[in-house]
Design a binder for this molecule. Structure first.
Ligand SMILES: *Cc1c(COP(=O)(O)O)cnc(C)c1O
Length: 230
């Protein structure tokens, strides 16, 4: 996709975020856009960076490392890993990402904590919750979340910032809002003064309005910015 189209998409997307924030009675600044560049070339990321975007999401470790090398001159990009975590890739994640969404396993958490370079800011993570109950979807079951959270809280170099979910696609705003509401309610129940879990990472191209209405603080958007993936 050419830079002009990306710019037009970016403008449209920011207008969607502003208008959903307004409906929710929230300030648009409370919602961070994570631009998902998976299966898109480095040039597309560079084009969006030129417009001021700084937070970018990737789902595949090898692909991400290749693009990070191509974009090494853009020092202030904030890289978010949003893909499925594999134990043999945690070292690369800990070294090359500021954020890891989609954490659902305490052994992965322990590895990430131990492997994160101590001179850097703590690795920021979101715990992924599976709210659709489908075995094929990754994420921890809501019942198992308190135990995972407790195990993660004590890890060094590691900051559990909140929760993430990736619900099954649903038609209509009310149906889309249901899992997002459940994620917010789970967060409200688990938040404590020392671990307020401010981040709700939820909402993508097709359901970001529903997510913002339910309190999303990070929306992860690919297609609406960069078009269909190759
Ligand atoms: C691909 C992906 C997105 C972006 O999805 P779009 O529908 O293209 O906006 C968001 N979150 C996760 C976890 C993804 O894998």
């Amino acid at each position: 996709m050419n830079p002009q189209d990306i710019a037009a998409n970016y403008e449209r997307l920011m207008a969607r975020i502003r208008s959903a924030a307004e409906r929710a009675g929230r300030s648009p600044e409370t919602i961070q856009l994570i631009a998902v560049g998976k299966q898109q070339p480095a040039a597309a990321i560079r084009a969006l960076y030129a417009l001021g975007q700084r937070a970018f999401g990737e789902s595949y470790v090898q692909e991400a490392l290749g693009k990070q090398a191509e974009l090494a001159d853009l020092k202030d990009i904030e890289w978010h890993f949003i893909g499925r975590i594999q134990a043999n890739k945690t070292r690369a994640l800990a070294a090359h990402f500021a954020w890891v969404h989609g954490l659902a396993d305490r052994h992965h958490a322990e590895r990430l904590s131990a492997q994160h370079p101590p001179e850097r800011l703590p690795l920021r993570v979101c715990l992924q919750v599976n709210l659709s109950g489908e075995a094929s979807k990754s994420g921890v079951a809501p019942e198992a979340l308190p135990e995972l959270l407790a195990a993660c809280k004590s890890l060094p170099n590691f900051e559990v910032c909140g929760l993430m979910t990736l619900p099954a696609p649903a038609m209509g705003e009310e149906a889309q809002r249901r899992p997002f509401r459940r994620l917010r309610e789970l967060r409200d129940r688990l938040a404590t003064p020392s671990h307020p879990l401010p981040v709700l990472s939820m909402g993508m191209s097709d359901d970001l309005e529903a997510a913002i209405l339910e309190g999303a603080t990070q929306v992860r958007v690919g297609t609406a910015l960069f078009g269909n993936r190759t």
